[in-house]
Design a binder for this molecule. Structure first.
Ligand code: OOG
Ligand code: NI
Length: 455
């Protein structure tokens, strides 16, 4: 049976990412400024560092760089989350990783929907950080019930989107015309609504319980709250934002600047205060809401569990020293000092098993299969017969995500919930299990090692 009549999920994802970017540029013009800034910086970095440009060519990251984005949304019910899971599956995006943000005072738990094979990631790595509101963490029972009742009323997907999802599941895909319709219909779920569904009084009550609850419960849909282009130099991006007078977050989240970038570094501009219409009284009320922002990220080496444990330990050390968390003028210094203990050259990172690498034969290796034989990878690298390039981190960091949430909730609210990780409940709501990110990186590395011998 031929499946040619169906558009590949990778193509649907690319179309969707492009459509989302175009929509958000119109909705939040400052996001367009960030995209332009990042394009300028990336051009300059690639010109100044030909070796990096070659590495990105080898790892298929260069072509995707201009298109690369992540976004984030927050939903209110299990049904919404489960339907999103089905919608993203049509675009080849699957739930990877479980993030408990209650520890950071944000009443949600989350996953990232993203592609997971080397080929799909090379085509377009679009990812959406997706959070589910945890009503059970609201203390006020009446407010909890009111929120649940409001959420039960809303329909965040169009009828056509739902019909196309069901059709694709039944038939195994979407043809070109249906794929285009699906992208247009799916986009509706992520659109901003300037009119709330609750009265201004209700909005204030929700807001007093937690700003994020108001954000999820008061609107017709889970508006995309930011989109993030990927830069090759986040320090330059941060300087560029400040130079343009953009109200950037005070500190860059994640590891300090390094020669060999690891994991993820992020900065953002603070959420905009937007006018919202509330349907109270006869004419309604005007109010404001802060939710939508823009972010820039720099991605580096994906760490193994061993490397990640070291990262978590050093980050905690930097944040705890002086008891000042990530605030305080001296935080960048504390961070840099703590991370002296994290090796910063790829040979050491690789040999100590701290990160994942993609192995490939060099021209010399391809020309000389006899010499390659069964030699271990490290011996091939030493002999110039193979290369090892960092596998890029495709996921998120809970401490950083909490910092991004906090700086964008408007105000400096800090609320503590005890740790409430509940992966089982999240998976049950989603109707799928979330995949382990490390298993995916390990598989990508193993595939590349196998390819050294497949001749
Ligand atoms: C998500 C914040 C997390 C990131 O890049 O860590 C995030 C949100 O505010 O909904 O996007
Ligand atoms: Ni983000």
């Amino acid at each position: 049976m031929s499946t040619d009549r169906f558009v590949s999920p990778d193509d649907i994802r690319s179309l969707f990412a492009q459509a989302m970017s175009t929509m958000y540029r119109t909705e939040v013009p400052l996001y367009g400024t960030l995209v332009d800034l990042v394009a300028e910086i990336n051009d300059a970095v690639l010109t100044a560092h030909p070796a990096l440009a070659e590495q990105l060519d080898r790892t298929d990251e260069r072509a995707r760089l201009d298109q690369e984005r992540h976004g984030a949304i927050r939903v209110g019910t299990a049904e919404e989350l489960a339907t999103l899971g089905r919608l993203f599956a049509l675009m080849g995006m699957y739930p990877i990783g479980y993030y408990d943000l209650s520890v950071a005072g944000v009443p949600v738990h989350s996953t990232a929907f993203r592609p997971r094979t080397a080929q799909a990631l090379a085509r377009n790595p679009f990812r959406v950080f997706t959070s589910l509101l945890r009503l059970e963490l609201i203390e006020n029972a009446a407010l909890r019930e009111q929120s649940a009742a409001i959420l039960a009323q809303r329909r965040i997907f169009t009828d056509t989107a739902l019909a196309l999802i069901a059709q694709a599941e039944r038939e195994g895909g979407l043809d070109e015309a249906d794929a285009r319709r699906f992208v247009i219909e799916a986009l509706e779920t992520f659109r901003w609504h300037g009119d709330a569904t609750v009265s201004l009084d209700t909005y204030h009550a929700l807001h007093d319980a937690h700003r994020l609850i108001a954000d999820v419960v008061s609107f017709r849909g889970p508006h995309i709250n930011h989109l993030t282009p990927r830069t090759l130099d986040i320090d330059a991006a941060q300087d560029g934002m400040l130079a343009r007078g953009i109200d950037a977050k005070a500190v860059i989240e994640g590891p300090p600047p390094r020669r060999c970038p690891i994991l993820l570094r992020q900065t953002s501009f603070k959420a905009l205060e937007e006018t919202v219409h509330f349907p109270s009284g006869d004419a309604g009320d005007a109010g404001t809401h802060t939710a939508r922002f823009g972010e820039i990220e720099q991605r580096g080496l994906a760490l193994t569990p061993k490397g990640r444990a070291l990262y978590d330990q050093l980050l905690a050390q930097a944040r705890d020293s002086g008891g000042a968390g990530s605030t305080g003028q001296d935080y960048p210094t504390r961070l840099a000092e703590a991370f002296i203990a994290f090796p910063d050259d790829h040979d050491t990172l690789r040999r100590e098993g701290l990160g994942y690498y993609r192995y490939a034969l060099t021209d010399a290796g391809r020309a000389n299969p006899g010499a390659v034989g069964d030699l271990p990878a490290e011996a091939l690298i030493a002999a110039g017969l193979a290369s090892a390039d960092p596998i890029v981190y495709e996921d998120f960091l809970p401490v950083s995500a909490a910092g991004i949430f906090q700086s964008n909730l408007g105000g400096d609210e800090q609320r503590a919930y005890a740790a409430h990780a509940n992966r089982d409940a999240f998976e049950q709501a989603l109707g799928m299990t979330v995949e382990d990110e490390f298993a995916i990186y390990a598989r990508l590395q193993a595939e590349s090692l196998a390819s050294l011998r497949s001749r």
